[in-house]
Design a protein around this ligand. Structure first.
Ligand code: DOR
Ligand code: ZN
Length: 335
């Protein structure tokens, strides 16, 4: 039997929702992760200090039994420096969505007018608040991320002291950008390391593998695997685990989002083991994020082994990726 231990695993891109959904799913992340960067795309989005504090309180209440560091984000709009100074202690980053690009993003940025955004982004640079970006244009679905590269260039060049995190990257073009600008970083999901568009729509359409940005070509997945398996120092794990109730996925007009939070650590172990790269998983799942964000979560140790684990068919109302399939690694215990 093979075993592997991970210390303080972090999920640097997580959707926890609110209300009953929050109560049902937050404990699943809190069980195995040390902490997570929580996305602000609620309805309405998280845009005030009061909302940040209240939402964090509700999250902590829903994970009462587990130690779990909750890193909050603010939904990007143009803000004054005074406002950002007032909220900086409550957040780890600001999350930018192009308006209408994905679930609950309609209050996002309508046009990338750099001059209009300058005061906010300069204030964030001065206060050292990272900018997390959902990088997609409104173009043809397979080209959306690549088309967004020119916006990343403008942001990186105009704000050289701003840490910019390209969230859930899916293309080889995004991977190449990491080398071009010192201030660009990236998160990568589990599902984009496993899937291509073929898995989503190549056979019967798979609603539980449908997300934004959509999985791309084999050569894109290959580029993502290269940097993840080698734990490129500018790359971090962010699951983008995005729960939707079963009836909103298995319907005409399927909601975008793949639910991976409870299976991500086990599947990453399986994947890194398959490529003989288990020794790099610690950097990918925790140490890179600690260094990039300057965070230091409390101690948590997750012990795994290559014992088969059958993924549940459903967690409350949410169907996980690979439901009812058996994977090669499972969590033995956590302390
Ligand atoms: O597939 C996605 N689902 N992509 C996102 O960017 C948002 C997320 C959600 O909130 O459901
Ligand atoms: Zn997301």
């Amino acid at each position: 039997m093979k075993t592997h231990t991970l210390l303080m695993p972090l999920d640097m891109h997580l959707h926890l929702r609110d209300g009953i959904m929050l109560e049902n799913i937050a404990p699943l992340s809190a069980y195995s992760f040390s902490g997570a960067l929580v996305m602000p795309n609620l309805v309405p989005p998280v845009t005030t200090k009061q909302n940040i504090i209240a939402y964090k309180k509700r999250i902590l209440a829903s994970v009462a039994n587990d130690y779990f560091e909750v890193y909050m984000t603010l939904f990007y709009q143009n803000y004054s420096k005074e406002f950002l100074e007032d909220v900086e202690d409550e957040i780890l980053a600001v999350k930018l969505y192009p308006a209408g690009i994905t679930t609950n993003s309609k209050e996002g940025v309508k046009s990338f007018d750099i001059e209009a955004m300058r005061p906010t982004l300069e204030a964030m640079s001065e206060l050292n608040i990272p900018l997390c970006v959902h990088g997609e244009s409104h173009g043809f679905v397979m080209d959306r991320e690549t088309e967004f590269m020119s916006i990343y260039e403008q942001l990186a060049e105009n704000f050289p002291n701003l840490k910019i995190i390209m969230e859930h990257i899916t293309t080889k073009e995004a991977v190449q950008m990491l080398e071009r600008y010192e201030n660009l970083y990236a998160t990568i999901t589990l599902h984009h390391l496993l899937l291509t568009l073929d898995d989503v729509v190549g056979g019967k359409m798979q609603p539980h593998l449908f997300c934004k940005p959509i999985a791309k070509r084999p050569q894109d997945r290959e580029a993502l695997l290269q940097v993840a398996l080698n734990a490129h120092p500018k790359v971090m794990f962010g699951s983008d685990s995005a729960p939707h109730p079963q009836h909103e996925k298995e319907s005409s007009g399927c909601a975008a989002g793949i639910f991976t939070a409870p299976i991500a650590i086990q599947m990453l172990c399986e994947l890194f083991d398959k490529f003989d790269a288990l020794e790099n998983l610690q950097d990918f799942i925790s140490d890179n994020a600690q260094r990039i964000y300057g965070i230091c979560p409390e101690f948590k140790e997750v012990r795994l082994s290559n014992t088969p684990f059958t993924i549940p068919k459903i967690y409350n109302t949410v169907v996980p990726m690979y439901a009812n399939e058996t994977i090669g690694w499972s969590i033995d215990d956590i302390s």
